[in-house]
Write a protein that binds this ligand. Structure first.
Ligand SMILES: Nc1ncnc2c1ncn2[C@@H]1O[C@H](COP(=O)(O)OP(=O)(O)OP(=O)(O)O)[C@@H](O)[C@H]1O
Ligand SMILES: [Mg+2]
Length: 546
């Protein structure tokens, strides 16, 4: 009896132990699984990732040190450390621990060292990437708790997942880096393309005034003007896109009636030549639909949607624009054009997306319009959606914007500007074409113009010629535009001079810098003659920040 009782107790004792062991293993596996999921999702920076591997690995192995060491220039560098891993596996650590790391790399397999410095045991596994060994994962524990086969398995699994996560993090970083370079390139490209546009616009304006050359000449100039405008729009789109990508777009919102925006866009489209033949209609209620918006940007939104409707509605079928208000402002552009494939529909607001990607597609364009529309609508706190019953069934785009209480009571009336009078003008521009075109446009208006070819020349002429206003390019050789402004301002007769920067860069930071240098105004290339005349008309008013 006594023996039987003893056996029973022994049996239940060993069953309990087995159960405990199973539970322990299950908990460990769950922990490991949790880590691998975490690593698979992780898109964090490399250093954070490696530190996380070290900390979580130390937990699951109950190790008092766990290090992630990467190979750099044939040496190990500790990149993640839990416990005293940096001391155990770093350059000054025990030779046997360092030896284990090297062996793991050489053999490509796990290495267990039962004892390194009397009271510790070590396990090391290689971190194998797709093409090369990236480093090694190493853990240390008191020698009294040696690493068993199961620990080695856990380490090996952890090492494999850590290597994959590390490679993903690196790839992710490379992609981000390439994306950033592309954004920078787009910004630079748009900026560079802008500069040659300015003299062309000026020269065209002049041609209109000086050379008739019969009907053919007029026609040719019209073509040039139209194409230049088109080029200007493409460049502006590119600039806007890069501003949005770099988070540098700023709005100037004000309460306004969305019906006015729709009306202006509608009229602009009717005037535009390419809308000929389309039957375009506009409907809206009698009550104002007030939103807080940047008028130019809202027109850009509606203009883009209308242009698309025209572009993708061959044969001149009906296009309808409507504005209404319920609990939000709603603007719709509906066409009976080529429609949009349901598979394409979710993607059309992405940058560079075009349903028909063939180079010889009739419509042209960069695939930026809708990406801009969405970004601008979202900047206004709204949403934009597209619907289409499929190819051949037309499309409808709906913009929803938050309503705003009401229009401000005070009328903002356009204050009448003083008529331009002959003015003494200094132009500082190093690009000969841009300089001469600017000079010619200004002289044509009856102004007296002195033109300087660089910064030093500009300061000298500024002193000798004593202009009332100076248009100064910023990127000048030798002395830049800011410095020219500072030096002119430093002179007694320079204090009242009106200084206007003309530059290809239009970021808020550039404006701030120009203001700090003493400029009264700032124009972004390409500057059309009307902008110059506007500014000149305001002499001697100061503060012409456009
Ligand atoms: N009203 C529409 N009907 C049919 N397809 C459209 C319509 N509007 C846009 N799309 C599709 O969505 C794509 C993206 O439009 P988006 O305006 O962004 O670029 P795009 O018109 O090709 O070029 P961009 O506007 O830069 O000149 C178009 O290429 C076209 O395939
Ligand atoms: Mg478009």
């Amino acid at each position: 009896m006594r023996n039987e009782g003893m056996e029973d107790r022994l049996q239940s004792w060993s069953t309990a132990r087995v159960l405990d062991e199973l539970r322990r293993r299950q908990a460990r596996l769950e922990q490991l699984l949790e880590i691998t999921h975490e690593l698979a999702r992780s898109q964090v920076r490399e250093e954070l990732l490696l530190q996380r591997v070290a900390e979580r690995g130390a937990q699951v192995l109950a190790a008092d040190a766990l290090g992630v060491l990467l190979i750099r220039d044939d040496r190990f560098a500790v990149r993640g450390a839990a416990g005293d891993a940096a001391e155990v596996f770093g350059d000054t650590g025990p030779a046997r621990a360092r030896g284990a790391l090297a062996t793991a790399i050489q053999t490509g397999a796990a290495v267990v060292v039962p004892e390194i410095d009397g009271d510790r045991t070590v396990v090391a596994v290689p971190l194998r990437g797709a093409w090369e060994v990236l480093g090694v994962l190493a853990a240390a524990r008191p020698a009294a708790r040696p690493f068993g086969a199961e620990d080695v398995e856990v380490m090996t699994t952890l090492g494999a997942h850590a290597a994959t996560a590390l490679e993903n993090a690196r790839r992710y970083r490379e992609v981000r880096e390439a994306d950033r370079r592309k954004d920078d390139f787009l910004a630079r490209l748009a900026h560079e393309l802008r500069s040659p546009l300015a003299p062309i616009v000026h020269a065209l304006h002049l041609l209109d005034r000086v050379a008739a050359h019969g009907p053919q000449g007029v026609q040719l100039r019209e073509i040039m003007a139209r194409q230049t405008r088109h080029l200007g729009c493409l460049v502006d789109d590119l600039l806007d896109v890069s501003r949005i990508r770099l988070g540098k777009l700023s709005l100037r919102p004000q309460p306004l009636d969305l019906r006015d925006v729709a009306r202006r866009s509608f009229e602009a489209l009717q005037v535009a030549r390419h809308a000929e033949g389309h039957e375009i209609s506009l409907s809206m209620g009698p009550e104002p639909v007030v939103v807080n918006g940047d008028p130019a940007r809202l027109e850009q939104i509606v203009g883009n949607l209308l242009q698309n409707a025209v572009k993708y509605t061959p044969g001149g079928a009906a296009i309808h624009l409507s504005v209404e208000s319920s609990h939000e402002a709603i603007l719709r552009v509906h066409d009976r054009g080529i429609g949009i494939d349901p598979e394409m529909l979710p993607h059309i607001f992405q940058m560079f997306t075009q349903a028909d990607r063939s180079l010889d597609r009739a419509q042209g364009g960069l695939g930026l319009g809708l990406a801009l529309v969405r970004a601008l609508v979202e900047y206004h706190g709204g949403t934009v959606t597209a619907e289409s019953a499929g190819l051949g069934h037309g499309s409808q785009f709906t913009v929803r914007l938050p309503l705003c209480a009401s229009l401000p009571a005070a009328a903002t009336g356009d204050p009448s500007r003083p008529r331009p009078r002959p003015t003494r003008i200094l132009v500082v521009e190093d690009n000969p074409d841009a300089r001469e075109a600017l000079r010619a446009v200004l002289e044509m208006e009856g102004h007296r113009v002195a033109a300087a070819v660089d910064g030093f020349d500009g300061v000298e002429l500024g002193a000798a010629f004593r202009p009332e206003i100076a248009f100064i390019d910023i990127a000048l050789p030798g002395l830049d535009g800011y410095e020219v402004a500072r030096r002119l301002r430093a002179r007694d007769d320079g204090k009242r001079m009106m200084l206007v920067a003309i530059t290809g860069r239009g970021q808020a930071e550039d404006r701030r810098q120009a203001q700090a240098a003493g400029f009264d105004g700032y124009l972004v290339k390409p500057v059309v003659p009307e902008q110059l005349f506007d500014v000149i008309a305001r002499v001697p008013e100061a503060e012409v920040w456009d």
